[in-house]
Design a protein around this ligand. Structure first.
Ligand SMILES: Nc1ncnc2c1ncn2[C@@H]1O[C@H](COP(=O)(O)OP(=O)(O)O)[C@@H](O)[C@H]1O
Ligand SMILES: [Mg+2]
Length: 636
């Protein structure tokens, strides 16, 4: 079983590596091959000095015997000059590839981050419900960083080392098979060590990577919840919890690094021992006039044994280099795998084809599409036969027998049916967890229904393009979220081409204008940390202004006024009522005074609509709403 997992890990690592390489090539189709060429050149040149050494020693050996130094010195000088030229080239190639690599690495990471962010923006809400935000953040920081290390250092080093090892192996075989076998024996020992120690450190490096994600997730969560921690005096507990996570991270990274640090010294020592061993074996071969087997056909001589010493160093040095880089490759691949997982997440599917367009009314009353903003909107509905029909956007929303659950196991809404005619104000009341927010989540398709139908102006909302559907709905969410920027920018978020005047008008409508003008810099007051410098009610007013500036035909207010005093709420109400003439509004509110003037009030209980009607009808019914209203029953 364990073996199977190892196999699977290796396989998936291989496919991740290939996918990464393909991606890098797609980012830099020209630059990358050039860089690889420079790396190859650099590697090959750095592995050939042994050939020169053999030639020089052979020349020296010869003139030693003949005593004729004059003839040979020119030859040696020539060889040295060629070697110098090669080294010059290698230097150039080295400089070129390191510079190009910097461009490729940082450029690829920037492109990858962009890709990640783009695909994150396309994910359904469900993804964010089910993933730890800090962990996702660590994809952008920690995992990207392991990838940087891998692309900029490990992979080039791996290529260089492999090329050097291969070239040197060829040179060795050219000179002597026996000496090569001696070295390979040593290399086999090194391989065993790498497998044992390296395998262990790789395993812990991957675990370290996951532990870092968990640590970041915890820190992020606690920063968000710092006030709650203080309120409940949980500082000590959170410290203890953090210690646990931190200790786990420590344990993994300590082991990973201990094994990794052990690898180099051990390998170096094996290399040193091998060096001595090769020298001894060379001596033995020489003294016994052993017959040589080689591609070159040269007999054993000093000129062959001495370069082998040099090549032993090169060989073992590069093998240690490779094994040293293996960790960061494995770590980088683990990070890459996490990043690819994010890229591979199923994006929010949108099979919708009905779009929202600006329209003009023709003389005969039918609609015609147009470019400019007319404040008349139409659903553009292409049909199979090639014709296109336009339906005026009115804001008629109907649900028929809708069932829904966030998870398949637990149904949250049961057989919900409702309708809201254009211009109607429909209210949902009911205790916390009854399913009010859930209904609004379905109307704008944050989630898809399990069963039933939802029609918007008579069109199945599954056929409407999500972006267009959401553009037609103004939503003030239960949780307010403001972004870093000025007050004005936050309001303009509702419609990016809104002028300052329009933003201010929306703020006035939402009852936010008063408090904004009292802020130190008015509309230019910078906000940060989700508007931490504002009160909850003020944040809600800004959210309402943001929705108002979008000026949508349907408005959904989810507890939008829950933290606003009754007097300000009355202002908001008046503004909204003015804005919402001929438009549909869904209101969710705890305060029953807010919903009294609604055209229809739905009382929800455990995902079912148990009562519906106007305020007066429901009071006359003397049911749950009546009890809520008279205080016999309390919300929350
Ligand atoms: N993202 C979610 N994932 C799973 N269950 C959820 C999610 N959001 C809400 N629920 C569940 O759905 C039910 C209805 O929640 P909601 O519609 O938010 O209630 P409320 O009426 O207070 O707005 C609750 O039981 C809640 O536990
Ligand atoms: Mg809610």
């Amino acid at each position: 079983m364990a073996n199977k997992n190892v196999q699977k890990g290796a396989n998936s690592r291989k496919s991740v590596l290939f996918r990464l390489i393909r991606m890098l090539f797609s980012f830099y189709p020209v630059l990358l091959p050039i860089t690889l060429l420079c790396i190859l050149l650099n590697a090959i040149i750095s592995s050939i000095p042994s050939i020169f050494m053999q030639n020089i020693i052979a020349a020296v050996e010869q003139s030693w015997q003949t005593g004729d130094w004059a003839a040979v010195s020119g030859h040696i000088l020539g060889l040295v000059a060629i070697l110098a030229i090669f080294y010059g080239l290698s230097l150039l190639a080295g400089v070129a590839y390191t510079q190009l690599m910097a461009v490729i690495t940082q450029g690829s990471l920037a492109k990858l981050r962009e890709k990640m962010f783009n695909s994150m923006q396309d994910l359904p809400i469900r993804y964010f419900d089910t993933h730890n935000h800090g962990d996702v953040m660590s994809y952008y920081t920690n995992d990207i960083d392991t990838l940087r290390q891998m692309i900029s250092q490990s992979i080039p080093q791996l290529i260089i080392s492999s090329v050097v090892v291969l070239t040197v192996l060829c040179i060795m075989l050219y000179y002597s098979l026996w000496m090569t076998l001696v070295i390979l024996l040593g290399v086999f020992c090194m391989f065993l060590v790498v497998r044992k120690i390296g395998g262990n450190s790789a395993r812990y490096f991957i675990r370290q990577q996951q532990a870092i994600g968990r640590t970041e997730g915890y820190v992020e969560e606690l920063m968000n919840g710092q006030k709650v921690v203080k309120v409940f005096c949980h500082e000590e507990e959170t410290k203890a919890d953090f210690d646990k996570i931190n200790d786990a991270l420590f344990a993994d990274s300590e082991k990973a690094n201990r094994y990794a640090n052990m690898l180099m010294p051990v390998l170096n020592n094996i290399g040193n021992v091998l060096y001595v061993f090769v020298a001894i074996m060379g001596g033995v071969f020489l003294l016994n006039n052993a017959p040589n087997v080689s591609i070159s056909g040269l007999a054993f001589s000093i000129s062959i044994v001495v370069p082998f010493l040099n090549m032993t160093k090169q060989f073992t040095g590069n093998i240690s280099q490779v094994s040293n880089q293996l960790n960061s490759v494995i770590m980088g691949l683990a990070g890459t795998q996490r990043i690819f997982n994010l890229l591979d997440e199923e994006p929010e599917v949108d099979e919708g084809y009905v779009t929202l367009v600006n329209a003009k009314e023709k003389a005969d009353g039918s609609l015609e599409e147009c470019e400019e903003r007319t404040n008349v909107w139409a659903w553009k509905h292409p049909h199979n036969d090639g014709t296109v029909t336009y339906t005026r956007l009115a804001g008629d929303v109907r649900m028929y027998d809708v069932d829904f659950g966030y998870t398949p196991e637990k149904t949250v809404l049961h057989g919900v049916s409702l309708y809201a005619k254009p211009g109607q104000k429909v209210a949902f009341v009911g205790s916390t967890g009854a399913g009010k927010t859930t209904i609004t989540n379905l109307i704008n398709r944050f989630y898809d229904i399990a069963d039933g139908k939802i029609r918007y102006d008579g069109i199945n909302i599954n056929k409407i393009k999500k972006a267009d559907l959401r553009r037609s709905l103004g939503m003030v969410l239960q949780d307010t979220n403001l972004f870093t920027g000025t007050v004005m920018e936050n309001i303009r978020y509702g419609r990016l081409d809104a002028t300052d005047e329009e933003c201010m008008a929306a703020a006035e409508l939402a009852g936010a204008h008063d408090f904004i003008t009292r802020l130190p810099q008015g509309y230019d007051t910078p906000l940060s940390g989700n508007g931490a410098s504002l009160s909850q009610g003020q944040r809600q007013l800004l959210s309402i202004a943001r929705a108002a500036v979008a000026d949508p035909p349907v408005m959904i207010l989810d507890e939008a006024t829950s933290s606003i005093d009754t007097r300000t709420e009355a202002i908001v109400q008046r503004g909204m009522d003015a804005l919402m003439t001929n438009r549909t509004v869904f209101v969710i509110a705890h305060r029953l005074s807010t919903v009294q003037n609604s055209n229809a009030i739905m009382v929800l209980d455990h995902g079912r609509i148990i009562e519906r009607g106007t305020h007066d009808e429901l009071i006359a019914l003397k049911g749950t709403y009546y009890q809520l209203y008279t205080g016999a029953l309390e919300l929350d």
